[in-house]
Structure formats: C-alpha cells, structure tokens
Design a binder for this molecule. Structure first.
Ligand code: TXA
Ligand code: MG
Length: 339
C-alpha cells in the first residue's frame, strides 16, 4: 500500500488526513503523549484494519479520541461523577478514562468489552484532525505491536511505511509516554496505566484511587487483567535488559564492574561520563518529566546500537517517575536487581 507522507505545517495537510479518515482509511497522527494510529471509531472495518496494520492481538482494545465534550455522549452510556471531575481538571490532556460504552462503538474497537477508553488530547494537530473529520478517532500508539511507542514522525515511518494510508508530521511528542489510564468500569476508580497525570494528582481530585497490581508487578500465567494491554510484552529491545535499583554511585560502580563487549548502560545524563561502557541516556536524574520524554527514543536507540546486554538505572517510582518505571520494568521483562 502507498503511504502518503504529510507535514501538518503545510497547507491542506490536515484536510488531506481528515479526508482519508472519513473514507475509512488509517492515518498516524501526532498527540502530546505519543503518535497514534487513527481511524473512524464508529467504523468496524477501519478499526479492524488498525489491528492488522500493527499486528495487534484482537483482544487489546483501542482508545477513542474526541475533540470536545459533546462527542463523549455518543461514545459512552453515562459519565460517572468522578470522570466529570477529572475531565474538568485534566482534559484536554494526557488522561484516558474507561467508562461503559454506548451501542455506537463497535465490538472490534473495544475488543468485545462492555467498556470503552476515551481521551481528549491537547495536541493542536490531533484536535484539528478530529474536528475536521467530524468523528471520534480510535487510535492505539502508532508502533508495530511489541516495539516502543513512537514519539516522532520518523519512528512512525520506520514502523508503518507501506502499512497505512498516511502519516502526518507534527513534531516530537512532548510528554513522551502514553496517557494515564483510569477505569470507572468497576465499583472504585482504578489506575491501569501510569502516565504524565500522576497517581498523586488523581488522588487529590478523587480521594481514593486503587492501583492495578499489573502496574508494578508481573502477571501470573493466565491471570485475567482489567487492561488487556498489560499482559503483552511491551517496549522490549532485542538486548537483555536488567533494571538496577540503586543510588547513582552504586549503579555506576556495578555497571563498570560488568564491563564487557556489547554491554550498554541506559542511564541518566549525569552518569554517562562516569561509566566505562557504552551509554544511552534518557534525561536528567532530577527530572522525571525529561525521563518520560526520552525513554522510548532511548529504547529505540538501544536497538539500533546492537547492544546485547543493558543495565538500566531505575527511575524513582513517584510522580511521573512511576510511568517511566512502569515502561522500563516491562522492557526489562521484570528482571530487577536491588543494590
Ligand atoms: O497516550 C495514549 O494513550 C496513546 C495516544 C495515541 O493517545 N494511545 C495508546 O494506545 O497508548 P494503546 O492502544 O497503545 O494503549 C491503550 C491501552 C491498552 O493497554 C489497552 O488494553 C487499554 O488501553 N484499554 C483500552 N480500552 C480499554 C478498556 N475498555 N478497558 C481496559 N483497558 C483498555
Ligand atoms: Mg501501545
């Protein structure tokens, strides 16, 4: 298939993307979190095509993106009080909420679940495309299933060229990790995936918020999960990755003691010059937001470097750091060393 490459800055590009989407096609679009592979959320065939293009397992539901609160009424049965509060506080922005789905959302979009995930992104290009298409857009991250989420146009081209109708360049995603996901499908609100909107912020607005154990821990074989995406191997580089929980000095000493051919350190900026192995940095030790912005790019660089063995320095697990940790521990296949 031919893939039309567009730049959001060029006249007519957003119209062209919207037209493809209205006609049932697939377009990779920028959002503030990561790029998404978009299609008409009401079109079962178009949504089925997303699964094909990504090689995504059919039981992993899609997030539906809206550009105003009116669109929400068509997608969900009702909006719980807690969701209204969060919408007021954090939408538009990097927060996804799961609610009971309306009949208009096809089963393929929600992967057969009675609930649907909804997000109102803040990225101006994403919003304009949804507006121009006049449709809610189902969009998972625009990577091939299993590889790191794309935070640039180039990442999307690398993964999806020839597999989708269009890719539109809107610059690098500023948040860098996928949206925070909170579910209102059960009795109590549950955090399913940490992101830029932090657990602390959610609790401040809602009071009690549970945290799904799949956020931090490996699932048991065959365990049923609230968020199907949690059970798949994610963001995994080809190299064997170990996550090291230690202070900076201990981490640096440990890695230097394990110097060998093909060994890489995935470390903080401040540590690179103290390490005797090859390094890929993912932001300052003192900024969890910077770490989030760069983590997926860093994982892609590790793959391109041909690294065989990677020692990654663990971020803190508070604030946005929880989101970074959640992605890294999956990249490491839950192999953690505490020093
Ligand atoms: O930031 C983001 O959320 C990006 C951008 C493009 O918006 N999208 C994204 O989509 O990360 P994706 O498909 O890569 O991740 C969606 C996650 C999956 O883990 C999926 O299982 C979960 O959301 N999910 C979607 N609908 C759900 C539902 N009804 N119940 C539980 N989990 C759901
Ligand atoms: Mg994804």
């Amino acid at each position: 298939m031919e893939t039309l490459l567009l730049n959001a800055k060029n006249e007519g590009a957003i119209d062209a993307a919207a037209k493809i989407l209205k006609n049932g096609g697939l377009v990779a679009i920028p959002t503030e979190t990561v790029y998404g592979l978009a299609a008409n959320a009401f079109d079962a065939k178009a949504c089925a095509d997303i699964f094909k293009a990504k090689g995504r397992p059919g039981d992993n539901p899609l997030i539906v993106h809206i550009c105003d609160m009116d669109m929400l009424g068509d997608i969900v049965e009702e909006v719980p009080e807690g969701a209204k509060k969060l919408a007021e506080e954090f939408w538009p922005g990097p927060l996804t909420m799961i609610m009971k789905k309306s009949e208009k959302i096809p089963d393929v979009t929600s992967a057969g679940l009675p609930s649907v995930a909804v997000r109102f992104p803040s990225h101006p290009v994403a919003r304009e495309i949804i507006e121009k298409a006049g449709l809610p857009l189902a969009a998972p991250s625009a990577n091939l299933s299993g590889s790191p989420s794309p935070t640039t146009f180039e990442h999307c081209v690398h993964d999806l060229m020839g597999r989708v109708d269009g890719i539109i360049d809107g610059g690098a995603s500023s948040v860098g990790v996928e949206s925070t996901i909170i579910s209102f499908a059960g009795e109590k609100p549950v955090l399913l995936r940490p992101g830029y909107v932090t657990l602390e912020q959610l609790r401040e607005t809602l009071g009690e918020v549970e945290i799904s154990h799949a956020v931090l821990e490996k699932l048991e074989e065959g365990e049923k999960v609230l968020s199907p995406g949690m059970k798949y191997k994610h963001y995994a580089p080809k190299a064997q990755v170990t996550l090291i929980k230690a202070d900076s000095e201990t981490y640096v000493n440990y890695v230097n003691e394990h110097e060998e051919e093909g060994v890489f350190a995935l470390c903080f900026d401040e540590e690179a010059e103290k390490l005797s192995v090859s390094t890929v940095t993912y932001g300052s030790e003192f900024s969890d937001e910077e770490q989030a912005e760069h983590i997926f790019e860093a994982l892609r660089m590790i793959d391109e470097s041909g690294a065989k063995r990677v020692y990654a320095h663990s971020p803190k697990v508070t604030g946005v750091g929880l989101a970074v940790y959640n992605r890294l521990i999956r990249a490491a296949g839950f192999d953690v060393i505490e020093l």
